[in-house]
Design a binder for this molecule. Structure first.
Ligand code: IPM
Ligand code: MG
Length: 369
């Protein structure tokens, strides 16, 4: 394993609003260095469409190499309509998938928390979402995203066949379920495991292995199984029944977008993608907002940087064990919301609109206090 440089972040702004939201994280890293002498090191590189435009590939070997030697990657967003017709291997999203797969970031943590100040921003009734605090644990390196065989193949008479394969092994299921159970123990001690065991063998195996692990090692954690379609429905009907949801790569992708809207805006959801710890306790990790590149609002200074800033807080917590600093940063976000300052996506009556950088500055002003 390549030696990891402690406290070094690789910033990959990517495309669309990525550079704008990462710009705010840069300010925060600098603030910690100047005011808390934390000696964070940061390096920035191209990824996604931005890398394709310059180098003809969504991620160069050099950048991939850099990702191996930093303690955490902080990514903005990748993709945009400009790249929609590119060959699959050149698409911006491939960079993201390569980083996830090759860094072995199998556990994707996507917390969906409805801040009390933003209850009104959700399209759901306040009593349904207020106080909501769910953690979705999405398996990130297996399932249909990576299964073989895959491709588009000609069959006879001009017909073509698109093929993707959904596979999971016992150990892939158990390692991500273990992350979910461990998290639940520090939260409300409840795990809901979602699959389609009524239709898919891989779903049946998922259910069995999660149950096996539970019975062996996590008897004290409450476990229930839910079909993924039912989970989608239950998230809207009564989201507060959930504590930790553990699910596969594809269902996790969809359910986390759905969960984000419970919180008011996709612009609020951070995520952490974590690998296994090695014998020295080191772990590879990438942190990114759940939202995408939002090309329609890119460059306008209206993107919400909170999801990316909270992703950085997760980096402080999970990669660097800097819980105090993570708490301070999360608290500063809360304070800004308390003051009624909002980016456009989370505006409501009686609040004041501020820009992307205005939001970063306001958060820093509270860190300073
Ligand atoms: C996500 C995104 C990605 C995914 C895309 C951009 C490849 O939707 O992180 O949720 O599908 O995993
Ligand atoms: Mg998604």
């Amino acid at each position: 394993m390549i030696k990891v440089k402690k406290r070094k972040f690789l910033l990959l702004p990517g495309d669309g609003i990525g550079p704008e939201v990462i710009g705010e994280v840069k300010k925060i890293i600098t603030w910690f260095n100047v005011n808390k002498s934390l000696d964070f090191d940061m390096e920035e590189a191209l990824v996604g469409g931005a890398s394709y435009d310059k180098h003809g590939t969504p991620i160069t070997d050099e950048v991939f190499y850099k990702s191996l030697e930093c303690e955490a990657v902080i990514l903005g967003a990748v993709g945009g309509p400009k790249y929609d017709n590119l060959d699959f291997s050149k698409r911006p999203e491939r960079a993201l998938l390569k980083l996830r797969k090759e860094l072995k970031l199998f556990a994707n943590l996507r917390p969906a928390i409805c801040f009390k100040q933003l209850v009104e921003a959700s399209t759901l009734k306040p009593e349904i979402v207020s106080g909501l605090d769910i953690m979705i644990v999405r398996e990130l390196t297996g399932g249909i995203y990576f299964g073989e065989p895959r491709g588009i193949k000609p069959i006879d008479k001009g017909e073509r066949k698109g093929i993707n394969t959904h596979t999971y092994t016992s150990s892939e299921i158990k390692r991500v379920a273990r992350v979910a159970f461990d998290l639940a123990k520090k939260r409300n001690n409840k795990v809901t495991s979602c699959e389609k065991s009524n239709v898919m063998e891989a779903g049946q195996l998922w259910k069995e292995e999660v149950q096996n692990l539970h019975d062996k090692e996590f008897k004290d954690v409450e476990l229930n199984h839910m079909l993924a379609d039912n989970c989608a429905m239950q998230l809207l009907r009564n989201p507060k029944q959930f504590d930790v949801i553990v699910t596969d790569n594809l269902f996790g992708d969809m359910l986390s977008d759905e969960a984000s809207m419970l919180t008011g805006s996709l612009g609020l959801l951070p995520s952490a993608s974590l690998g296994a710890k090695n014998k020295d306790g080191e772990m590879r990790a990438m942190y990114e907002p759940v939202h995408g590149s939002a090309p329609d609002i890119a460059g306008k200074g209206i993107a919400n940087p909170i999801a990316t800033i909270l992703s950085f807080a997760m980096a402080l917590r999970y990669s660097l064990d800097l819980d105090k600093e993570a708490d301070d940063l999360e608290k500063a976000v809360q304070n800004v919301l308390d003051d009624g300052l909002r980016t456009k996506d989370i505006m409501s009556k009686g609040t004041k609109e501020i820009s992307t950088s205005g939001m970063g500055d306001a958060i820093i002003a509270y860190l300073q206090k």
